[in-house]
Ligand binder design. Structure first.
Ligand code: SF4
Length: 382
């Protein structure tokens, strides 16, 4: 059996030899978690993802050396490549000749050349993309929303700032006559992913959407969280490309593609499961999928150990976030009850926004347990 889903009338956006939007099949993406400068490892992972059926493979660049490595990787793979520009938007001119798509995060634009208006930076990225035959993704992320947008809305409304930031950037790109772009608005909470994408699609049904639940965590939980969001959105015709972000070791990264294709096949066949009330009254572990910025390879093992250690707290409505680096770790742990983000030698522990200290890898689990026990006690009535 298959179900007929009326897709949103998005416009076509070409990324290398794949087109998203305008009724094209939903493209499945993934991202390399190797160090970009390790050309061998990154090429190998890119090709493994490509072989597993990735329509687009994303690679992060943080420096000129990363950009040089990307040029070499380009020569060794047939995959459609997307680049993740993080804090240094100026790297766009060095990477664009080697990729098919540029992702920028509106919330990261202020880091570099702070005095320059963000509109000017976007104009620059758009110009580079147009010159180099690249598509663009405006990639808004819950943990790094533009601070100017955050200040406009009540602190407990995390949807409106993301939505407003995405819409504002769309308007600017439209005004520049650049329509070869898509948008993503990711959160680690599937219900927020559903809400923000649903509201965006109402206002801009023409703009293709890249769907994803960020820091979904390890399988199977990470796949379940993602499935919930995708079923609700794709089932309503929203979404043109997807990524399932999973915390898995590097030799299992292709599982993201398999999981994505599996979810799409189930939705197409009407095998929709997300009637469950997800995670509101239970322990919720969120962890980032890892990428080239991971500061210590022990991160994935740590995420697994946290899951094991905290099993005894499964009936408590507590969120624990485990992040791989300093780029997104500090911001994206703010909303969790307890947060860990990894540095090269130490793991930083937080309780909400409060920093509790940095601990060696072999001590962090003990400290986490102390804090978790105290939290359970504080939340237990009488
Ligand atoms: Fe990469 Fe850091 Fe985000 Fe993890 S938290 S996916 S390591 S940028």
């Amino acid at each position: 059996m298959s179900v007929e889903i009326e897709r949103n009338p998005t416009r076509a956006v070409t990324i290398g030899n794949v087109t998203i939007g305008a009724g094209h099949p939903i493209a499945v993406q993934s991202m390399c978690a190797t160090h970009t400068q390790d050309v061998e490892a990154t090429t190998q992972q890119t090709n493994a993802l490509f072989d597993a059926g990735a329509d687009v493979v994303r690679i992060a660049v943080d420096s000129r050396k990363d950009a040089e490595a990307l040029a070499e990787i380009r020569k060794r793979t047939a995959a459609n490549l997307s680049v993740d520009l993080q804090e240094n938007y100026r790297l766009a001119e060095h990477v664009a000749p080697h990729v098919d798509k540029i992702r920028y995060n509106p919330g990261h634009l202020y880091h570099h050349e702070r005095e320059k208006p963000w509109q000017e930076k976007v104009r620059y990225i758009v110009g580079i993309a147009a010159e180099n035959d690249c598509a663009i993704r405006i990639g808004v992320n819950c943990g790094s929303v533009d601070p100017d947008k955050l200040s406009l809305f009540p602190p407990d409304d995390s949807i409106a700032p993301m939505l407003s930031s995405a819409l504002e950037h769309c308007e600017l790109l439209d005004g520049l006559g650049f329509t070869r772009y898509c948008v993503s608005m990711k959160d680690s909470d599937p219900s927020k992913v559903i809400e923000v994408n649903r509201r965006f699609a109402e206002q801009r049904p023409d703009v293709p959407l890249h769907l994803g639940v960020t820091e979904a965590g390890m399988p199977p939980d990470g796949v379940i969280k993602t499935r919930i969001a995708f079923e609700q959105l794709i089932g309503r015709g929203i979404g043109d490309t997807i990524r399932v972000s999973l915390t898995v070791p590097n030799d299992r990264k292709h599982e993201e593609i398999k999981a994505g294709r599996g979810i799409l096949a189930d939705i197409a066949a009407g095998r929709v499961r997300s009637v469950v009330d997800f995670g509101l009254d239970t322990l919720n572990i969120i962890s980032c999928p890892s990428c080239s910025r991971v500061e210590n390879e022990a991160f994935v093992v740590l995420a697994q150990d946290v899951k094991e250690l905290t099993r005894y707290a499964k009936d408590h409505a507590i969120t624990i976030a485990v992040m791989g680096c300093r780029v997104n770790g500090p911001g994206e742990t703010d909303d969790a009850d307890l947060g860990l983000w990894c540095g090269p030698k130490y793991v930083n522990l937080k309780k909400g926004e409060q920093e509790l200290g940095a601990y060696p890898y072999d001590e962090i689990l003990g400290r986490l347990k102390e804090e978790l026990d105290a939290l359970i006690e504080a939340k237990t009535p009488g």
